[in-house]
Design a protein around this ligand. Structure first.
Ligand code: ATP
Ligand code: MG
Length: 474
């Protein structure tokens, strides 16, 4: 492996010049170096460390690029950042850190480059490249990070037990990097995660969720969730998902392990979509299977109503995880609730009315719902899988046909509450809801067309049968 690297980004020459003017040494560190060596895509953020004041280096560099650049300074942390060349440029002065038991915020002293590399979480993140004039582009790799990149290993530079106990967020980061980079975690490093798992409790939920979402956005999140499970962290940070694990057997009949099934569904969905929220729907689709599990003498294992209970759990899980409680939560709730509908459609004669109902309830999320349902087929029986998928093809064809004909996807009932009130000269009351529902049902069932005139006639008729008198005929 070469120890001289080619640095392309325009920022490097500016940093080099600023460092020379200030008389200090500067290095690129962290993710940029790791990703450069691994030839992974550039993520538009670069971290620099200098032996001296990171804040002064930031200010000097910014002034050389453009005096109008706004430099954000975080005095308490001794760090600074600015945005230039479409990149977040981050600065820190080399430091030595010492930790107390109850906090992940260390006591910080100025240090050497070596001190700074020692405080980094993993060998693959402790690589530094010089941007100094005398050895520009030279790689400094005190912990054989290059070796670990080549072998695909996550390992802490110093004693793993101390590293994780000092800052337990690193346990989540280790698993996140393993999932994102498809690396394995070196044995003693992983043992140290197991030993320190309880310490995750001192980390804020926001930080935990940030790492969890990065795991979920990786190519095969099952790697990360498998490690979370095996380390014991999952039981602490996500007990509902942990509870999916396990198989019961009665009279030689076993149900599938719902944890590993969920991971398979999640990986399947990841092949079809990058959407974080579709992925969360996959994670949560069977979340209420454990409490709804029953053994039925005639039908074997059943999980009746798990989709209803699961969708009811979504708000609490989102709240606890500090995930957004607006549109994303409602979307996940909807997909969890509806995830059995397409498959149940394929088991009966597929009527237009059933398709219209599904379209009405799923709305614009119908395509995502169909993806989730396809991903949910994890049977090992190839014939069964083919039969289901073929049936889905039929359902999807019908969905397109009916949508073209009836425009149910963004269906707005043609008769509004105001019109009903005006027509019968009434104030808000429950009859209005009854009439609106009857019209909606009639349209979805195909009894009348999705059309104003037909719906208006129906309103007159239903209103009169409820004892209302027409005041104004439109
Ligand atoms: P990415 O940007 O892809 O998340 P990264 O490695 O750049 O990956 P950052 O969180 O940006 O991660 O941190 C930059 C560098 O700072 C890391 O590479 C690592 O050297 C160091 N670092 C970040 N967080 C920690 C931590 N909790 N403990 C020790 N070192 C850390
Ligand atoms: Mg970074």
């Amino acid at each position: 492996m070469q120890n001289q690297l080619v640095l392309h980004h325009p920022i490097f020459n500016y940093i080099s010049k600023a460092s020379e003017e200030l008389g200090l040494e500067s290095y690129v560190v962290g993710g940029y170096v790791r990703d450069l060596i691994m030839q992974r895509p550039f993520k538009k953020d670069i971290d620099f460390v200098c032996v001296g004041s990171g804040i002064s280096l930031a200010e000097k560099t910014a002034s050389l690029i453009d005096p109008n650049i706004q430099v954000h300074i975080f005095k308490n942390y001794g760090t600074a950042m600015f945005h230039a060349f479409d990149t977040d440029i981050e600065f820190v002065g080399a430091r030595r850190e010492s930790y107390q038991r109850d906090s992940r915020n260390p006591i910080v002293e100025d240090g050497t480059l070596e001190d700074d590399q020692n405080r980094r979480d993993f060998t693959i993140n402790a690589l530094a490249i010089s941007v100094n004039k005398n050895n520009f582009g030279e790689l400094l790799d005190p912990f054989n990070g290059i070796d670990d990149i080549e072998k695909g290993i996550i390992r802490t530079p110093l004693d793993a037990n101390i590293t994780f106990s000092d800052d337990p967020l690193r346990m989540m980061r280790a698993i996140r990097f393993a999932s994102v980079l498809q690396f394995s975690i070196e044995h003693s490093t992983f043992e140290a995660i197991k030993n320190n798992k309880e310490r995750i409790k001192i980390i804020s939920q926001e930080r935990i969720t940030e790492e969890l979402n990065k795991i979920i956005l990786s190519k095969n999140p099952s790697i990360g969730f498998g490690l979370l499970f095996d380390s014991g962290l999952l039981e602490i940070i996500f007990p509902e998902m942990y509870a999916l694990h396990g198989v019961d057997t009665i009279r030689n009949l076993s149900h599938k392990d719902n944890f590993y099934h969920t991971l398979k569904v999640l990986d399947n969905v990841c092949e079809m979509s990058d959407s974080l929220w579709l992925r969360w729907s996959a994670i949560l689709h069977d979340i209420a299977k454990p409490p709804t599990k029953k053994f039925d003498e005639n039908h074997g294992w059943t999980f009746h109503g798990h989709e209803f209970l699961g969708s009811k759990w979504v708000p609490n899980i989102f709240k606890r995880m500090k995930l957004p409680l607006d549109a994303p939560m409602r979307y996940v709730q909807k997909l969890v609730l509806l995830h059995l509908r397409p498959i149940s459609l394929t088991k009966e004669n597929i009527t237009d009315a059933a398709i219209r109902r599904l379209l009405f309830e799923a709305g614009d999320d119908i395509d995502d719902l169909m993806m989730l349902c396809r991903a949910d087929i994890t049977s090992k029986n190839k014939l069964k899988v083919k039969r289901y998928l073929d049936n889905f093809d039929i359902v999807e064809k019908k969905i397109i046909e009916i949508e073209e004909k009836d425009h149910i996807r963004n269906f707005q009932p043609p008769i509004s509450g105001e019109l009903i009130m005006e027509t019968f000269g009434i104030q808000p009351c429950k009859e209005i809801g009854i009439i609106k529902n009857q019209i909606k049902d009639a349209i979805l069932d195909g009894d009348i067309r999705n059309d104003y005139d037909e719906a208006y006639q129906m309103m007159l008729q239903k209103g009169q049968s409820l004892g209302l008198i027409v005041k104004k005929n439109g």
